[in-house]
Structures are given as structure tokens and as C-alpha cells.
Write a protein that binds this ligand. Structure first.
Ligand SMILES: [Zn+2]
Length: 89
């Protein structure tokens, strides 16, 4: 089940919410009750996984041949770690 990062634009409450993909997007802030609770674009689970393989591969000298492609969100075919990260999501 994916975790979504939400943030309230009124009171600034940031919260990670565990939701099914079919669940409706939340809008009401649990702290202030206003309908300014917005889902953030970054998924917490993917972020953790992404920084993990990035640091391991680049510090080890086994660098990806196309870092620009990786930064654009496209998986680099030469990077086995990037391919497995894509499969997992
Ligand atoms: Zn709020």
C-alpha cells in the first residue's frame, strides 16, 4: 500500500498517509479542519529507495552512464539498480 505525503496549506501540518490507490484523495486537514489538505507530488517510499541506490552506485565508482536521464526520472538502462527500482514501483 503506497504512502502519500500530505501538507495543509493553512496550518502547515505535514503528514504521511497510508492509502489504497483506489482511496479518494484527502482534502480536510485533521489538525485545523480546513479543506486545504493537499497531496504532495513526492511519494515517501520512492524517495527513500531512490536516494539509496543513487548514493551506493555513485560512491562506489560504478556510476551510471547517463546521470542526466536519471535526474529526469527516466531509468538508465545501464544501471541494474535503477531497473530494479522501477520494477518495485
Ligand atoms: Zn491544517
Amino acid at each position: 500500500m503506497p504512502i502519500y505525503a500530505y501538507k495543509c496549506e493553512s496550518c502547515g501540518l505535514a503528514k504521511d498517509v497510508l492509502q489504497k490507490i483506489a482511496d479518494p484523495v484527502l482534502t480536510d486537514c485533521p489538525a485545523c479542519g480546513k479543506a486545504t489538505f493537499k497531496k504532495q507530488l513526492t511519494a515517501a517510499g520512492f524517495q527513500l529507495k531512490g536516494s539509496g541506490w543513487y548514493e551506493t552506485d555513485f560512491k562506489g565508482g560504478n556510476s551510471c552512464a547517463a546521470p542526466s536521464a536519471a535526474s529526469e526520472g527516466a531509468a538508465c538502462a545501464a544501471c541494474p539498480a535503477a531497473a530494479s527500482a522501477t520494477d518495485a514501483s
